[in-house]
Design a protein around this ligand. Sequence first.
Ligand SMILES: *[C@@H]1O[C@H](CO)[C@@H](O)[C@H](O)[C@H]1NC(C)=O
Ligand SMILES: *[C@@H]1O[C@H](CO)[C@@H](O)[C@H](O)[C@H]1NC(C)=O
Ligand SMILES: *[C@@H]1O[C@H](CO)[C@@H](O)[C@H](O)[C@H]1NC(C)=O
Ligand SMILES: *[C@@H]1O[C@H](CO)[C@@H](O)[C@H](O)[C@H]1NC(C)=O
Ligand SMILES: *[C@@H]1O[C@H](CO)[C@@H](O)[C@H](O)[C@H]1NC(C)=O
Length: 347
Amino acid sequence: MNGKNGILRFLLLMILIYLHIDVITCDNVKKSVENDNREDNGDNDDSNVDSLDIPSDNETNNITCTRRQNSQMHEITAAKHKQFPFMAAIMSKQNEYLCSGSVVSNGLILTTATCTLLPTGYVLLNTTKGKNDETSVVLQVRKSEKYPTYTGSENDKNVGLLYTDKHNNSIASKIKLTNMSSVSSIVDFEGIGFGLNADVGQVKELQYVGMEHRSHYEPAEAMHAYFDCVETKVSTCYRDTGGPVIVNNELVGIVTKGQDDCTKEISSTYAINKKMADILPTFAFKAWLDEKIRKNEEQEQVSLATYPIKPDLRENIYKLTKSSEPLCHPPSLSVVIIMFVNLLLLL
Ligand SMILES: *[C@@H]1O[C@H](CO)[C@@H](O)[C@H](O)[C@H]1NC(C)=O
Ligand SMILES: *[C@@H]1O[C@H](CO)[C@@H](O)[C@H](O)[C@H]1NC(C)=O
Ligand SMILES: *[C@@H]1O[C@H](CO)[C@@H](O)[C@H](O)[C@H]1NC(C)=O
Ligand SMILES: *[C@@H]1O[C@H](CO)[C@@H](O)[C@H](O)[C@H]1NC(C)=O
Ligand SMILES: *[C@@H]1O[C@H](CO)[C@@H](O)[C@H](O)[C@H]1NC(C)=O
């Protein structure tokens, strides 16, 4: 009797130990799977590019660049592929680059009225060059439209739209229009365009530049962009129009007039007040444009992601790593019961 009980207790102990070990190893496997998943999800954000180093050069007493302290100005920088996935290069039928535009809805490109009056042929998306190559997406221009009261005089609202072929949402994102009804709170902004400082005949690369806003009087129907007080060796000018000007990932205006004269070697010490561009603020045409976008989106079509969401990442964001297949099965209750019954039979 005692012997049998002893054996039974021993066997029960063994079973308990077995179950315990099994649970522990299962936990460990689960934990390491979770760790692996976490590493897979590491973010591949490449949009943090322009950290501006403000030189702390205080050996001279005649520094005139006091503005630079709180400004996001930065020199002309080449854009990376998909950094600004709403950018469009507007081309002539003869494959010449004409001006910049931005995708505001599927098949709707915002640019200047001046640009829509040029002999446009097609626009290029998915490109960092003002040139048709094998990776850029070509969309034919079907129709163009300028702001209703635009007649070409200096004070008219120089804004227009190109209607192109539609496309799917893996090609471009759209830019959101700011709802700011005044520009007085804008200190600085980013201008984006093709070949801002490219010489005639060079391929126009997509570039962006941080500029300062200096037209704080109200109501400002035009904003003026300046560049100043940043150590730069690249030639600095704005040889492009039609492109967007953005603040906090929203469109605050479009460049209606650039500046052909390039300045080299701007210093961080002395103010030079370089005028870069004239900008038509978004609020000046937002009601008109909202209506065009609304009409365009009434028709059933592919809607686009809104910048800063990148076009082709959207579907992948929530895709789960499929490695959560159970790698070990905790012993089921039935197995435990069978073992127990066997034990009783042994007695
Ligand atoms: C620069 O300024 C700091 C304090 O702002 C001061 O301690 C330092 O001596 C200055 N350097 C020169 C070269 O003037
Ligand atoms: C201060 O500025 C003047 C011109 O405004 C210039 O001639 C002079 O060299 C500057 N001083 C220094 C120490 O750079
Ligand atoms: C967009 O451009 C990238 C590289 O520049 C290329 O790999 C990709 O195939 C292009 N997408 C389309 C839809 O052409
Ligand atoms: C999106 O359009 C591009 C070019 O027209 C094409 O290459 C690509 O396969 C399309 N993608 C989807 C998901 O339909
Ligand atoms: C602008 O939009 C934001 C949200 O996108 C909202 O919080 C804000 O109240 C809006 N401002 C105006 C003036 O409509």
